[in-house]
Write a protein that binds this ligand. Structure first.
Ligand SMILES: [Zn+2]
Length: 350
């Protein structure tokens, strides 16, 4: 089915499009429906988004909300607010849905407060008040006693941003784990890796936790903290668990879904021929120290390729890309709109 959809990408014949649309809807498969909407511009958004809502599949409801301007947007959000009690899911709706109205932002934050998950409460407050730089007096008055109770800290109008910042990043002073992550594929198959993929991770401490936890099966080559501190997670000769592509066409990370020609022309897992760099950031913006460290580790990668393979890395936007270009469906906001690709390329060329 996915191949059929991709083959119809540039088709203008309405009859043919409608025929496949019926087939996709009848499949009752939210993955097929979403991919159809994503690639076929003449798809019926209202109809298909209703059908996806009917499947009650939270993952695809999330994707629908984050990719499209929907007419039934409030219907979907109300469904989530009523039925979903997963604070991580709710935070991701808050974080990923660009067009969300402030009313709904506040409803979601209030629901996360109700669920009473400390980690996501402070994360959503940080995101709202600091990253998005918004302010709501009713919410603020509600969280004042809550912050006092949970963290024994008094917040006021002058200090709240600094306080939230301190709480969310307070674990950064912990010592780094020794050695490399247990999550990797040994070697690079027969590839010379020639692409650097950039990522963001909200906090350094949670990234470290997941990269060193075997069950999470995630890793990267370098992690760069806001203060510029660099932690190497894997040696460059091994493949990370960072931005894999799959040859299974029913997968959300099917290699042909990639928007990078270099990635979607290789019928294999992209981790084998890429390097991954993670940055502590919510929106892709980097501190000056981080930017310097990113350029430094990229220079090391370029040097490694020259020494190891006598290969000259090409410094351009085709070879320095974002996770969203490898896996556009599942990683739309990694590394985020504010990630300074052009600045990095300019500094590397100096
Ligand atoms: Zn990523």
């Amino acid at each position: 089915m996915i191949e059929k959809i991709l083959n119809l990408r540039n088709c203008t014949n309405i009859e043919e499009i409608n025929k496949l649309q019926d087939e996709v809807i009848n499949s009752n498969n939210p993955h097929f429906m979403f991919i159809f909407l994503y690639y076929i511009t003449k798809a019926n958004l209202d109809l298909i988004s209703e059908k996806i809502l009917e499947t009650k599949n939270y993952k695809y409801i999330h994707l629908l909300l984050s990719f499209f301007k929907l007419n039934n947007y409030s219907k979907l959000l109300n469904y989530i607010l009523l039925n979903n009690n997963d604070s991580s899911y709710l935070f991701n709706i808050l974080y990923d849905v660009d067009c969300i109205e402030n009313d709904y932002r506040l409803k979601i934050i209030n629901k996360i407060i109700l669920i009473d998950d400390d980690y996501y409460i402070i994360k959503s407050l940080y995101y709202y008040f600091v990253v998005l730089n918004l302010y709501d007096e009713i919410l603020f008055n509600k969280i004042k006693p809550l912050i006092k109770k949970k963290f024994s800290i008094n917040i006021n109008e002058n200090n709240y941003k600094i306080i939230f910042d301190n709480i969310i990043y307070n674990e950064n002073s912990k010592k780094d784990p020794d050695g490399f992550s247990p999550n990797y594929h040994k070697g690079r198959k027969s590839y010379i890796p020639n692409i650097i993929v950039c990522h963001i991770n909200n906090t350094y401490s949670s990234a470290i936790y997941h990269f060193y936890n075997k069950e999470d099966e995630v890793s990267c080559h370098y992690l760069i903290r806001r203060d510029g501190h660099i932690k190497q997670i894997l040696p460059l000769c091994d493949s990370a668990f960072a931005n894999g592509t799959s040859v299974n066409e029913n997968s959300d990370v099917y290699y042909k879904l990639s928007s990078s020609n270099l990635i979607n022309s290789v019928k294999d897992n992209a981790n084998y021929f890429t390097f991954s760099i993670e940055h502590e950031s919510f929106d892709g913006s980097l501190t000056n120290e981080q930017l310097k460290s990113t350029v430094k580790v990229m220079r090391e990668i370029i040097k490694y390729l020259k020494n190891e393979f006598n290969y000259d890395f090409q410094i351009d936007r085709n070879h320095i890309i974002g996770h969203n270009e490898v896996n556009p469906i599942v990683r739309k906001n990694c590394p985020g709109d504010k990630f300074p690709f052009e600045k990095i390329i300019q500094l590397l060329k100096e």
